[in-house]
Ligand binder design. Structure first.
Ligand code: FCB
Length: 449
Protein backbone atom coordinates (compact mmCIF):
# COMPACT_ATOMS: atom_id res chain seq x y z
CA UNK A 1 0.00 0.00 0.00
CA UNK A 2 1.06 3.56 -0.51
CA UNK A 3 1.31 6.45 1.92
CA UNK A 4 -2.08 7.47 3.32
CA UNK A 5 -2.31 11.24 3.16
CA UNK A 6 -4.85 13.37 5.01
CA UNK A 7 -6.38 16.64 3.77
CA UNK A 8 -4.51 19.87 4.47
CA UNK A 9 -5.57 21.35 7.79
CA UNK A 10 -6.75 18.00 9.14
CA UNK A 11 -7.15 18.50 12.89
CA UNK A 12 -5.00 16.01 14.76
CA UNK A 13 -5.77 15.99 18.45
CA UNK A 14 -6.26 14.18 21.70
CA UNK A 15 -9.18 14.35 24.10
CA UNK A 16 -9.60 13.99 27.87
CA UNK A 17 -12.36 14.34 30.47
CA UNK A 18 -12.17 16.50 33.59
CA UNK A 19 -13.05 13.88 36.20
CA UNK A 20 -10.66 11.34 34.72
CA UNK A 21 -7.59 13.59 34.92
CA UNK A 22 -7.98 16.71 37.05
CA UNK A 23 -7.95 15.49 40.63
CA UNK A 24 -8.21 18.40 43.09
CA UNK A 25 -11.68 17.10 43.84
CA UNK A 26 -12.31 19.48 46.73
CA UNK A 27 -9.83 22.27 46.14
CA UNK A 28 -10.29 25.99 45.53
CA UNK A 29 -14.02 26.00 46.08
CA UNK A 30 -15.01 23.12 43.80
CA UNK A 31 -18.36 21.52 44.61
CA UNK A 32 -19.06 17.78 44.64
CA UNK A 33 -19.94 15.94 41.47
CA UNK A 34 -21.96 12.75 41.19
CA UNK A 35 -18.67 10.95 40.56
CA UNK A 36 -17.19 12.21 43.84
CA UNK A 37 -20.19 10.64 45.52
CA UNK A 38 -20.29 7.47 43.42
CA UNK A 39 -16.64 6.49 43.96
CA UNK A 40 -17.25 6.61 47.72
CA UNK A 41 -20.03 4.04 47.57
CA UNK A 42 -18.77 0.55 48.27
CA UNK A 43 -18.48 -1.86 45.38
CA UNK A 44 -18.85 0.75 42.66
CA UNK A 45 -15.23 1.04 41.53
CA UNK A 46 -12.62 -1.69 41.21
CA UNK A 47 -10.36 -1.80 44.27
CA UNK A 48 -12.34 1.14 45.70
CA UNK A 49 -10.27 3.61 43.70
CA UNK A 50 -11.26 7.24 43.31
CA UNK A 51 -10.16 10.10 41.09
CA UNK A 52 -9.56 12.41 44.06
CA UNK A 53 -6.04 12.86 42.72
CA UNK A 54 -6.42 11.23 39.28
CA UNK A 55 -3.35 12.36 37.33
CA UNK A 56 -3.24 15.69 39.10
CA UNK A 57 -3.80 17.61 35.89
CA UNK A 58 -5.30 20.51 37.86
CA UNK A 59 -1.80 21.24 39.13
CA UNK A 60 0.31 19.68 36.39
CA UNK A 61 -1.43 21.17 33.36
CA UNK A 62 1.67 23.12 32.24
CA UNK A 63 3.62 19.86 32.05
CA UNK A 64 0.72 18.24 30.21
CA UNK A 65 0.58 21.06 27.68
CA UNK A 66 4.32 20.54 27.14
CA UNK A 67 3.61 16.87 26.42
CA UNK A 68 0.93 17.83 23.92
CA UNK A 69 3.45 20.04 22.23
CA UNK A 70 5.97 17.24 22.11
CA UNK A 71 3.33 15.05 20.49
CA UNK A 72 2.76 17.80 17.92
CA UNK A 73 -0.98 18.01 18.64
CA UNK A 74 -2.82 20.60 16.60
CA UNK A 75 -5.84 20.52 18.89
CA UNK A 76 -6.83 19.40 22.36
CA UNK A 77 -10.35 18.75 23.55
CA UNK A 78 -10.90 18.95 27.31
CA UNK A 79 -14.05 18.94 29.38
CA UNK A 80 -15.10 21.42 32.00
CA UNK A 81 -16.10 20.31 35.46
CA UNK A 82 -19.50 21.91 36.02
CA UNK A 83 -19.20 21.72 39.85
CA UNK A 84 -15.79 23.40 39.69
CA UNK A 85 -17.51 26.43 38.16
CA UNK A 86 -20.85 26.22 39.90
CA UNK A 87 -20.44 24.30 43.18
CA UNK A 88 -24.21 24.16 43.67
CA UNK A 89 -24.94 23.55 39.98
CA UNK A 90 -26.67 26.90 39.58
CA UNK A 91 -26.31 30.35 41.10
CA UNK A 92 -23.01 31.35 42.63
CA UNK A 93 -19.97 31.04 40.38
CA UNK A 94 -16.62 29.87 41.80
CA UNK A 95 -14.07 32.34 40.36
CA UNK A 96 -11.12 29.99 41.01
CA UNK A 97 -12.79 27.40 38.77
CA UNK A 98 -13.11 29.82 35.88
CA UNK A 99 -9.53 30.96 36.45
CA UNK A 100 -8.26 27.41 36.07
CA UNK A 101 -9.85 26.95 32.64
CA UNK A 102 -8.70 30.42 31.66
CA UNK A 103 -5.10 29.47 32.41
CA UNK A 104 -5.47 26.17 30.60
CA UNK A 105 -6.85 27.81 27.47
CA UNK A 106 -4.21 30.52 27.48
CA UNK A 107 -1.50 27.89 27.94
CA UNK A 108 -2.80 25.92 24.97
CA UNK A 109 -3.01 28.99 22.77
CA UNK A 110 0.49 30.08 23.75
CA UNK A 111 1.67 26.71 22.42
CA UNK A 112 -0.38 26.92 19.23
CA UNK A 113 -2.73 24.15 20.28
CA UNK A 114 -6.34 24.83 19.38
CA UNK A 115 -8.68 24.31 22.33
CA UNK A 116 -11.94 22.42 21.79
CA UNK A 117 -14.23 22.41 24.78
CA UNK A 118 -16.69 19.79 26.00
CA UNK A 119 -19.25 21.14 28.43
CA UNK A 120 -20.44 17.91 29.95
CA UNK A 121 -18.45 14.72 30.34
CA UNK A 122 -20.50 13.03 33.07
CA UNK A 123 -19.61 14.96 36.23
CA UNK A 124 -22.94 16.52 37.19
CA UNK A 125 -22.94 18.68 40.32
CA UNK A 126 -24.20 16.49 43.17
CA UNK A 127 -26.44 19.38 44.26
CA UNK A 128 -28.40 18.95 41.01
CA UNK A 129 -28.54 15.18 41.37
CA UNK A 130 -30.12 15.78 44.77
CA UNK A 131 -32.94 17.49 42.89
CA UNK A 132 -33.38 14.58 40.47
CA UNK A 133 -30.46 15.18 38.09
CA UNK A 134 -31.00 14.49 34.40
CA UNK A 135 -34.27 12.79 35.24
CA UNK A 136 -35.85 16.14 36.14
CA UNK A 137 -36.97 18.64 33.55
CA UNK A 138 -35.51 21.61 35.49
CA UNK A 139 -32.02 20.39 34.55
CA UNK A 140 -32.54 21.76 31.05
CA UNK A 141 -32.49 25.39 32.20
CA UNK A 142 -29.69 24.76 34.69
CA UNK A 143 -27.53 23.32 31.94
CA UNK A 144 -28.03 26.14 29.46
CA UNK A 145 -27.32 28.68 32.19
CA UNK A 146 -24.03 26.88 32.89
CA UNK A 147 -23.22 26.79 29.15
CA UNK A 148 -23.83 30.54 28.97
CA UNK A 149 -21.44 31.22 31.86
CA UNK A 150 -18.65 29.24 30.20
CA UNK A 151 -19.27 30.90 26.84
CA UNK A 152 -19.14 34.39 28.38
CA UNK A 153 -15.76 33.71 29.93
CA UNK A 154 -13.99 31.56 27.34
CA UNK A 155 -15.96 32.33 24.18
CA UNK A 156 -13.40 34.75 22.80
CA UNK A 157 -10.69 32.04 22.66
CA UNK A 158 -12.36 28.72 21.90
CA UNK A 159 -13.39 28.04 18.30
CA UNK A 160 -15.25 24.75 18.83
CA UNK A 161 -17.82 23.81 21.46
CA UNK A 162 -19.38 20.49 22.30
CA UNK A 163 -22.48 20.16 24.47
CA UNK A 164 -22.61 16.54 25.62
CA UNK A 165 -20.43 13.46 25.56
CA UNK A 166 -22.26 10.24 24.70
CA UNK A 167 -25.84 10.85 25.85
CA UNK A 168 -26.53 7.17 25.21
CA UNK A 169 -23.94 6.11 27.79
CA UNK A 170 -25.18 8.65 30.34
CA UNK A 171 -28.71 7.38 29.91
CA UNK A 172 -27.99 3.63 29.87
CA UNK A 173 -24.81 3.34 31.93
CA UNK A 174 -25.82 5.90 34.53
CA UNK A 175 -29.54 5.19 34.81
CA UNK A 176 -30.34 1.71 33.49
CA UNK A 177 -27.43 -0.64 34.16
CA UNK A 178 -26.19 1.65 36.92
CA UNK A 179 -22.52 0.91 36.36
CA UNK A 180 -21.76 4.61 36.02
CA UNK A 181 -22.74 7.53 38.26
CA UNK A 182 -25.30 8.17 39.58
CA UNK A 183 -25.82 4.39 39.60
CA UNK A 184 -29.60 4.38 39.05
CA UNK A 185 -31.28 1.30 37.58
CA UNK A 186 -34.63 2.38 36.22
CA UNK A 187 -35.71 2.21 32.58
CA UNK A 188 -38.27 5.02 33.01
CA UNK A 189 -35.60 7.33 34.38
CA UNK A 190 -33.09 6.25 31.71
CA UNK A 191 -35.43 7.26 28.90
CA UNK A 192 -36.37 10.54 30.56
CA UNK A 193 -32.66 11.25 30.99
CA UNK A 194 -32.04 10.63 27.29
CA UNK A 195 -34.78 13.08 26.37
CA UNK A 196 -33.66 15.75 28.82
CA UNK A 197 -30.07 15.45 27.63
CA UNK A 198 -31.22 16.04 24.07
CA UNK A 199 -33.49 18.97 24.94
CA UNK A 200 -30.76 20.50 27.11
CA UNK A 201 -28.37 20.11 24.20
CA UNK A 202 -30.71 21.98 21.84
CA UNK A 203 -31.41 24.73 24.32
CA UNK A 204 -27.71 25.12 25.07
CA UNK A 205 -26.93 25.37 21.34
CA UNK A 206 -29.28 28.37 21.18
CA UNK A 207 -27.75 29.90 24.31
CA UNK A 208 -24.24 29.40 22.95
CA UNK A 209 -25.14 30.96 19.61
CA UNK A 210 -26.22 34.15 21.37
CA UNK A 211 -23.04 34.33 23.47
CA UNK A 212 -20.33 33.16 21.08
CA UNK A 213 -18.72 34.88 18.12
CA UNK A 214 -20.36 33.98 14.79
CA UNK A 215 -17.33 31.92 13.79
CA UNK A 216 -17.58 29.52 16.73
CA UNK A 217 -18.65 26.01 15.78
CA UNK A 218 -21.01 23.98 17.93
CA UNK A 219 -21.63 20.25 17.98
CA UNK A 220 -22.39 17.20 20.07
CA UNK A 221 -20.46 13.95 20.59
CA UNK A 222 -22.19 10.61 20.12
CA UNK A 223 -20.83 7.12 20.54
CA UNK A 224 -22.04 5.23 17.53
CA UNK A 225 -22.02 1.46 17.45
CA UNK A 226 -22.30 -0.05 13.99
CA UNK A 227 -24.53 -3.04 14.43
CA UNK A 228 -24.49 -6.29 12.47
CA UNK A 229 -26.73 -9.36 12.60
CA UNK A 230 -25.03 -12.54 13.85
CA UNK A 231 -26.55 -14.51 10.98
CA UNK A 232 -28.56 -13.69 7.92
CA UNK A 233 -31.88 -14.80 9.41
CA UNK A 234 -34.78 -12.36 9.61
CA UNK A 235 -34.84 -12.69 13.40
CA UNK A 236 -31.20 -11.69 13.75
CA UNK A 237 -31.53 -8.86 11.28
CA UNK A 238 -34.46 -7.44 13.21
CA UNK A 239 -32.58 -7.90 16.48
CA UNK A 240 -29.67 -5.90 15.06
CA UNK A 241 -32.07 -3.25 13.83
CA UNK A 242 -33.60 -2.89 17.31
CA UNK A 243 -30.19 -2.52 18.91
CA UNK A 244 -29.24 0.03 16.28
CA UNK A 245 -32.37 1.91 17.32
CA UNK A 246 -31.43 1.99 20.99
CA UNK A 247 -27.73 2.72 20.52
CA UNK A 248 -27.77 5.02 17.52
CA UNK A 249 -31.07 6.14 16.00
CA UNK A 250 -32.63 7.20 19.32
CA UNK A 251 -30.09 10.03 19.30
CA UNK A 252 -29.29 10.60 15.64
CA UNK A 253 -32.91 10.81 14.47
CA UNK A 254 -34.08 13.53 16.87
CA UNK A 255 -30.85 15.52 16.40
CA UNK A 256 -30.84 15.40 12.62
CA UNK A 257 -34.46 14.71 11.68
CA UNK A 258 -36.39 16.17 14.57
CA UNK A 259 -38.21 12.94 15.39
CA UNK A 260 -37.77 9.81 17.45
CA UNK A 261 -37.67 6.57 15.44
CA UNK A 262 -41.19 5.15 15.13
CA UNK A 263 -40.04 1.59 15.84
CA UNK A 264 -38.46 2.75 19.12
CA UNK A 265 -41.57 4.64 20.22
CA UNK A 266 -43.50 1.46 19.61
CA UNK A 267 -40.96 -0.82 21.26
CA UNK A 268 -40.68 1.24 24.43
CA UNK A 269 -44.43 1.85 24.58
CA UNK A 270 -45.42 3.19 28.01
CA UNK A 271 -41.75 3.70 28.98
CA UNK A 272 -41.39 6.46 26.42
CA UNK A 273 -40.93 9.86 28.10
CA UNK A 274 -43.19 12.88 27.89
CA UNK A 275 -42.32 15.06 24.92
CA UNK A 276 -43.45 18.64 25.31
CA UNK A 277 -44.54 20.78 22.35
CA UNK A 278 -41.47 22.32 20.76
CA UNK A 279 -39.02 19.79 22.24
CA UNK A 280 -38.24 18.06 18.96
CA UNK A 281 -37.63 21.35 17.25
CA UNK A 282 -35.30 22.43 20.06
CA UNK A 283 -33.35 19.16 19.85
CA UNK A 284 -32.89 19.53 16.10
CA UNK A 285 -31.21 22.96 16.34
CA UNK A 286 -28.79 23.08 13.38
CA UNK A 287 -25.29 21.88 14.23
CA UNK A 288 -21.94 22.80 12.72
CA UNK A 289 -20.45 19.37 13.32
CA UNK A 290 -20.99 16.03 14.93
CA UNK A 291 -18.26 14.27 16.88
CA UNK A 292 -18.31 10.49 16.71
CA UNK A 293 -16.66 8.19 19.22
CA UNK A 294 -15.78 4.81 17.82
CA UNK A 295 -14.59 1.87 19.87
CA UNK A 296 -16.62 -1.15 18.90
CA UNK A 297 -19.29 -2.78 16.84
CA UNK A 298 -22.19 -4.88 18.07
CA UNK A 299 -23.01 -8.25 16.58
CA UNK A 300 -26.55 -9.08 17.66
CA UNK A 301 -28.75 -12.11 17.67
CA UNK A 302 -32.41 -12.69 18.47
CA UNK A 303 -32.85 -13.49 22.14
CA UNK A 304 -36.44 -13.74 23.41
CA UNK A 305 -35.19 -13.79 27.01
CA UNK A 306 -33.95 -10.20 26.93
CA UNK A 307 -36.84 -7.96 27.97
CA UNK A 308 -38.04 -5.38 25.44
CA UNK A 309 -34.99 -5.53 23.16
CA UNK A 310 -35.20 -9.29 22.56
CA UNK A 311 -31.65 -9.20 21.34
CA UNK A 312 -28.28 -9.91 22.82
CA UNK A 313 -24.73 -9.40 21.76
CA UNK A 314 -22.40 -12.15 20.57
CA UNK A 315 -18.61 -11.92 20.52
CA UNK A 316 -17.08 -13.56 17.46
CA UNK A 317 -14.32 -15.79 18.88
CA UNK A 318 -12.02 -15.25 15.88
CA UNK A 319 -11.86 -11.48 16.49
CA UNK A 320 -9.12 -9.57 18.25
CA UNK A 321 -10.01 -8.15 21.69
CA UNK A 322 -8.60 -5.46 23.96
CA UNK A 323 -8.98 -5.53 27.75
CA UNK A 324 -12.44 -4.04 27.31
CA UNK A 325 -13.83 -4.53 23.81
CA UNK A 326 -13.60 -6.22 20.44
CA UNK A 327 -11.23 -4.51 17.99
CA UNK A 328 -12.93 -4.05 14.63
CA UNK A 329 -11.45 -1.28 12.44
CA UNK A 330 -13.80 -1.62 9.42
CA UNK A 331 -16.70 -0.65 11.71
CA UNK A 332 -15.26 2.86 11.73
CA UNK A 333 -15.71 3.16 7.96
CA UNK A 334 -19.17 1.57 8.02
CA UNK A 335 -20.29 3.98 10.73
CA UNK A 336 -18.91 7.09 9.04
CA UNK A 337 -20.34 6.35 5.61
CA UNK A 338 -23.70 5.31 7.01
CA UNK A 339 -24.09 8.50 9.04
CA UNK A 340 -23.14 10.59 6.07
CA UNK A 341 -25.69 8.84 3.87
CA UNK A 342 -28.52 8.92 6.42
CA UNK A 343 -27.99 12.23 8.24
CA UNK A 344 -25.70 14.47 6.15
CA UNK A 345 -23.86 16.27 8.97
CA UNK A 346 -21.98 19.35 7.73
CA UNK A 347 -18.73 18.32 9.34
CA UNK A 348 -17.63 15.22 11.17
CA UNK A 349 -14.86 14.53 13.65
CA UNK A 350 -13.71 11.32 15.20
CA UNK A 351 -13.71 12.62 18.76
CA UNK A 352 -12.71 9.44 20.54
CA UNK A 353 -10.99 6.29 19.41
CA UNK A 354 -8.36 4.36 21.30
CA UNK A 355 -7.56 1.13 23.04
CA UNK A 356 -6.55 -0.30 26.39
CA UNK A 357 -4.09 -3.11 26.16
CA UNK A 358 -1.65 -4.09 28.87
CA UNK A 359 1.45 -1.99 28.46
CA UNK A 360 4.20 -1.07 30.82
CA UNK A 361 7.65 0.35 31.22
CA UNK A 362 10.51 -1.73 29.78
CA UNK A 363 13.95 -2.03 31.40
CA UNK A 364 15.23 0.98 29.49
CA UNK A 365 12.33 3.21 30.51
CA UNK A 366 10.44 3.02 27.24
CA UNK A 367 6.85 1.89 26.77
CA UNK A 368 6.63 -0.28 23.65
CA UNK A 369 2.89 -0.44 23.13
CA UNK A 370 3.00 -2.07 19.73
CA UNK A 371 -0.63 -3.13 19.81
CA UNK A 372 -1.74 0.47 20.24
CA UNK A 373 0.36 1.49 17.24
CA UNK A 374 -1.30 -1.20 15.16
CA UNK A 375 -4.72 -0.12 16.44
CA UNK A 376 -4.03 3.49 15.50
CA UNK A 377 -2.72 2.59 12.07
CA UNK A 378 -5.63 0.28 11.29
CA UNK A 379 -8.26 2.79 12.42
CA UNK A 380 -6.63 5.76 10.72
CA UNK A 381 -6.59 3.72 7.52
CA UNK A 382 -10.38 3.48 7.84
CA UNK A 383 -10.59 7.22 8.48
CA UNK A 384 -8.62 7.73 5.27
CA UNK A 385 -11.00 5.44 3.37
CA UNK A 386 -14.01 7.37 4.68
CA UNK A 387 -12.49 10.66 3.53
CA UNK A 388 -11.95 9.13 0.08
CA UNK A 389 -15.60 8.10 0.10
CA UNK A 390 -16.62 11.75 0.61
CA UNK A 391 -17.26 11.95 4.37
CA UNK A 392 -16.48 15.55 5.46
CA UNK A 393 -14.07 14.47 8.19
CA UNK A 394 -12.23 17.41 9.69
CA UNK A 395 -10.18 15.78 12.41
CA UNK A 396 -9.28 12.86 14.63
CA UNK A 397 -8.95 13.09 18.42
CA UNK A 398 -7.31 10.15 20.10
CA UNK A 399 -8.67 8.80 23.37
CA UNK A 400 -6.63 9.71 25.22
CA UNK A 401 -3.69 11.96 25.96
CA UNK A 402 -2.51 10.08 29.04
CA UNK A 403 -3.42 7.10 31.20
CA UNK A 404 -6.09 8.08 33.70
CA UNK A 405 -9.02 7.03 35.87
CA UNK A 406 -11.19 4.82 33.68
CA UNK A 407 -14.53 5.15 35.53
CA UNK A 408 -15.70 1.90 37.16
CA UNK A 409 -12.47 0.15 36.14
CA UNK A 410 -10.37 2.58 38.12
CA UNK A 411 -6.73 2.83 37.07
CA UNK A 412 -6.49 -0.66 35.57
CA UNK A 413 -7.37 0.41 32.04
CA UNK A 414 -4.68 2.45 30.31
CA UNK A 415 -5.73 4.29 27.16
CA UNK A 416 -3.00 6.95 27.00
CA UNK A 417 -0.50 7.96 24.37
CA UNK A 418 1.44 8.93 27.47
CA UNK A 419 2.12 6.46 30.26
CA UNK A 420 1.52 7.68 33.80
CA UNK A 421 3.07 6.15 36.89
CA UNK A 422 0.12 6.77 39.21
CA UNK A 423 2.28 6.59 42.36
CA UNK A 424 4.77 9.25 41.29
CA UNK A 425 2.76 11.03 38.56
CA UNK A 426 5.72 10.62 36.24
CA UNK A 427 4.72 10.81 32.56
CA UNK A 428 6.46 8.88 29.73
CA UNK A 429 5.50 9.23 26.09
CA UNK A 430 4.70 5.75 24.76
CA UNK A 431 5.95 4.50 21.40
CA UNK A 432 2.39 5.01 20.13
CA UNK A 433 2.73 8.67 21.06
CA UNK A 434 5.93 8.84 19.02
CA UNK A 435 4.16 7.15 16.10
CA UNK A 436 1.27 9.60 16.36
CA UNK A 437 3.67 12.56 16.44
CA UNK A 438 5.28 11.38 13.21
CA UNK A 439 1.89 10.85 11.60
CA UNK A 440 0.84 14.38 12.54
CA UNK A 441 4.13 15.81 11.26
CA UNK A 442 3.73 14.02 7.91
CA UNK A 443 -0.04 14.54 7.83
CA UNK A 444 -0.34 10.85 7.05
CA UNK A 445 1.48 7.58 7.37
CA UNK A 446 2.88 4.64 5.53
CA UNK A 447 0.85 1.56 6.46
CA UNK A 448 4.01 -0.57 6.25
CA UNK A 449 5.78 1.49 8.93
C1 FCB B 1 -15.77 6.60 26.31
C2 FCB B 1 -15.76 7.72 27.34
C3 FCB B 1 -14.38 8.04 27.85
C4 FCB B 1 -13.60 6.78 28.11
C5 FCB B 1 -13.58 5.91 26.89
C6 FCB B 1 -12.75 4.67 27.04
O1 FCB B 1 -17.04 6.03 26.24
O2 FCB B 1 -16.33 8.87 26.79
O3 FCB B 1 -14.50 8.85 28.99
O4 FCB B 1 -14.15 6.12 29.19
O5 FCB B 1 -14.90 5.54 26.58
Amino acid sequence: MTFIKFPDGFMWGAITAAYQIEGAWNEDGKGLSIWDTFVRQSGRIERGETADMAVDHYHRYPEDIALMQELGLKAYCFSISWPRLLPEGTGKVNPAGLDFYDRLVDGLLANNIIPYVMLYHWDLPQALQDKGGWGERSIVDAYSEYARIVAKRLGDRIPAWVTHNEPMVISLGGHFTGELAPGIQDPFVALRVAHHLLVSHGQAVLALRTELPKTAKIGIILNITPTYPATDTDEDRQAARRYDGVANRMFLDPLFKGEYPADMVEMFGPLFPEIRPGDLQTIAAPLDFVGLNYYMRAVMHYDPDTPILQASQVFPPESEYSQMWEIYPPGMYDMLTRIQADYHPKEVYITENGVCVPDGVDFDGRVRDVRRIRYLRDHLAQVGRAIQAGVPLKGYFHWTLMDNFEWAFGYRMRFGLVYVDFATQQRIIKESGRWYEKTIRNNGFDPED
